[in-house]
Design a binder for this molecule. Structure first.
Ligand code: ADP
Length: 633
């Protein structure tokens, strides 16, 4: 039996050719979702980073303008009455908080203790006197990456990308090195941001020089599953502080803004050198500075993100409503604003931090469902193909066996016919009774041959749907009794006990006589073939539920329960081996059932109590139909 082994090969082939690639594809798609998640995060971070950088440059620009405005508005000389000039300046410029005037040797000319002073002026003196009189230093903030840019190795290929400026004319001489400086600075900043080792070198150098890193107000990326090391290093400030005296800061410059932390609050000190050598300046008005910065800021909430500026205490300058519970110190992306506003940051947050995660979860779920559905479809289709292939193979095998069986079936009766006919021809049997018996046997064998040939021919006709029936009203009881009688002699000769009983009396049916006879003969022939020990055949006619029943019962080998549903299939035989003790075509029951069904009835099998089989033909009783037809008119 090769068929099952072959189908195992097919199964293996199916797994290798279809399921295995599917599993690989599924694995790859799940992995690609993970990548997609990282990619989405990176993309969001990238987009926010661009916005934050843009906001930072806007604020820086604005700080420059704040300084320019203050420089332009400051009195060019204050003359004898500084008080009036400074008051006029303060009145004209909203950015001016508390104005002051210093002599060229850093003495405070205004506000002075001997005058009547406002609260603000007193506070100014309290907090700034030591610094502006050059008595004490104040921490000055510097960008560590720019300060030690020579410690940052240029990225590979950067030298080629930034060619040295050709010195073509005196006009260009100044401009080109500046451009180059700018490029080097940008490169250093970019490298500082990207490379952990560059950052480490720079901070190490700053520490060696005794400079202190400013602590940042935020720890960006805290909400992301980024590498902790990267998160920590990003949380280090790019600014370092170093104490400097006022005289050192203003040396060689005309004007400037100095950030000072007073009571942990940032205040900006503006100064400008006058032609007389005096220094005029002011503490910038905090509210005015903040509102100047806010005006330039892009929309705080847009497209799923919040963008705001955090002050030195990590509090947002502006925050959208309903965000009070947000932890502002944990933005997704943040950048420090400027050395003029140390500890200030522009920070961006996703409006709904869980949105991305749930989007990824939904995608993953959808993908899993799709993959499962795909698997189910492929598995079902594969199973169907395998099943079809297997059935086809079994059928092909059955057809081959069928040819062998039919040849064998043809040969056996032909051999006996030939043997008996030769014997009679040569006159080797003088006993007339025996001669008759031989002739009877020959007739029976011829009948068997005819039945077999009819079965094969009818089957092929039925297959093509070409079998025509000449249906007529007949008495099934009478027909079956005649068949049993004609078969009885031969069967009894072979040792069978044959019984016929008609419990129905007249059993009228509408059927093709020849076809019905063929069906009954097929069942009788099976009862004969498959009776090994007890050779007893009972044929009974009965009636139930308006149907005529023809039962053919034997005490033969019976049919295993697992096979019972298959025996009516074409070419199907319980013992499919070529060495089966009983030969057959596997068509007898197929044809019997087809005939019965074509007459409006059926053939069914039931195991017989006490061993053996019962095959039952049921046909609609004709009398009732006629009775109805008669009742009509
Ligand atoms: P076959 O030519 O093999 O007899 P059939 O279609 O008539 O073909 O029967 C199909 C199979 O059903 C047989 O091969 C046999 O195994 C089983 N079968 C049919 N009739 C009987 C019976 N009366 N007793 C036992 N087995 C039977």
């Amino acid at each position: 039996m090769n068929a099952p082994r072959l189908s195992n090969h097919l199964r293996l082939l199916f797994i290798l050719a279809v399921l295995a690639p599917c599993a690989v594809l599924a694995f790859l798609s799940i992995r690609s979702i993970d990548r997609e998640e990282a990619f989405l995060e990176k993309r969001l971070q990238g987009a926010l980073d661009a916005e934050v950088s843009h906001a930072v440059s806007l604020i820086r620009e604005d700080l420059g303008r704040v300084q320019d405005d203050l420089t332009a508005g400051a009195p060019s000389d204050v003359g004898a009455d500084p008080r009036a000039a400074l008051a006029a300046w303060k009145k004209a410029a909203p950015l001016v908080g508390v104005p002051f005037l210093l002599s060229s040797d850093f003495r405070i000319l205004w506000p002075t203790r001997d005058a009547y002073l406002a609260q603000d002026d007193l506070a100014f003196l309290n907090w700034n006197r030591d610094f502006v009189t050059d008595a004490k230093a104040t921490p000055i903030y510097q960008n560590v990456a720019l300060l030690y840019k020579d410690r940052i190795p240029a990225p590979v290929g950067a030298q080629a990308a930034a060619p040295a400026a050709p010195e073509t004319g005196s006009g260009n001489k100044e401009a080109k090195p500046k451009t180059q400086d700018f490029r080097v600075e940008q490169q250093a900043l970019a490298e500082f941001e990207l490379s952990d080792s560059a950052r480490k070198r720079v901070y190490d150098e700053a520490a060696r020089q005794g400079q202190k890193a400013v602590s940042r107000t935020v720890s960006p990326q805290a909400g992301l599953p980024a590498k902790p090391a990267a998160a920590e290093s990003r949380a280090e400030s790019i600014y370092i502080s170093e104490p400097r005296k006022f005289s050192e800061i203003i040396a060689g410059r005309e004007a400037g803004l100095i950030p000072r932390f007073i009571d942990d609050k940032l205040s900006l000190l503006f100064w400008k050198r006058l032609a007389s050598g005096r220094i005029v300046g002011c503490v910038a008005d905090d509210a005015a500075v903040r509102s100047r910065i806010l005006v330039r800021l892009p929309d705080v909430v847009s497209q799923g993100r919040i963008l705001t500026v955090l002050d030195e205490n990590g509090r947002p300058l502006v925050s959208p409503s309903g965000q009070d519970s947000r932890d502002w110190r944990r933005p997704l992306v943040a950048r420090e604003v400027s050395e003029t506003l140390p500890r200030w940051e522009v920070a961006a947050y996703p409006t709904d931090p869980g949105a991305m995660a749930s989007q990824v979860r939904a995608t993953r779920l959808m993908m899993a469902v799709l993959i499962l559905a795909l698997f189910a479809v492929i598995a079902a289709a594969g199973a169907w193909i395998l099943h079809t292939l297997q059935s086809e193979m079994i059928l092909a095998r059955q057809k081959t066996t069928f040819v062998t069986n039919v040849s064998h079936e043809l040969k056996t009766p032909l051999t006996s016919i030939r043997m008996f006919s030769e014997m009679l021809k040569e006159g080797r049997q003088p006993d007339p009774a025996k001669q008759r018996a031989y002739l009877g046997l020959m007739a029976a064998e011829t009948g068997r041959l005819t039945r077999l040939i009819n079965n094969v021919l009818d089957f092929s006709k039925m297959e093509k749907g070409k079998r025509a029936y000449a249906r007529k009203r007949l008495d099934a009881g009478v027909l079956v009794e005649a068949i049993v009688e004609s078969e009885c002699v031969r069967l009894e000769h072979d040792g069978f006990a044959v019984f016929f009983a008609n419990a129905a009396g007249p059993a009228p049916v509408e059927a093709d006589e020849e076809a019905l006879e063929q069906a009954v003969l097929n069942l009788l022939s099976n009862a004969e073939k498959y009776s090994a020990g007890t050779k007893r055949i009972e044929v009974e006619i009965g009636r139930a539920d308006g149907r005529i029943r023809i039962d053919v019962k034997d005490r033969g080998i019976g049919i295993p329960a697992a096979e019972a549903s298959k025996i009516f299939r074409e070419f199907y035989r319980v013992d499919r081996t070529l060495a089966a003790p009983v030969s057959g075509s596997g068509l007898g029951l197929t044809i019997a059932r087809r005939i019965a069904r074509d007459q409006g009835g059926d053939v069914e099998y039931r195991p017989r109590e006490g061993g053996g089989s019962v095959f039952r033909i049921t046909l609609p009783e004709a009398a009732k139909r006629e009775a109805k037809a008669e009742a009509k008119p």
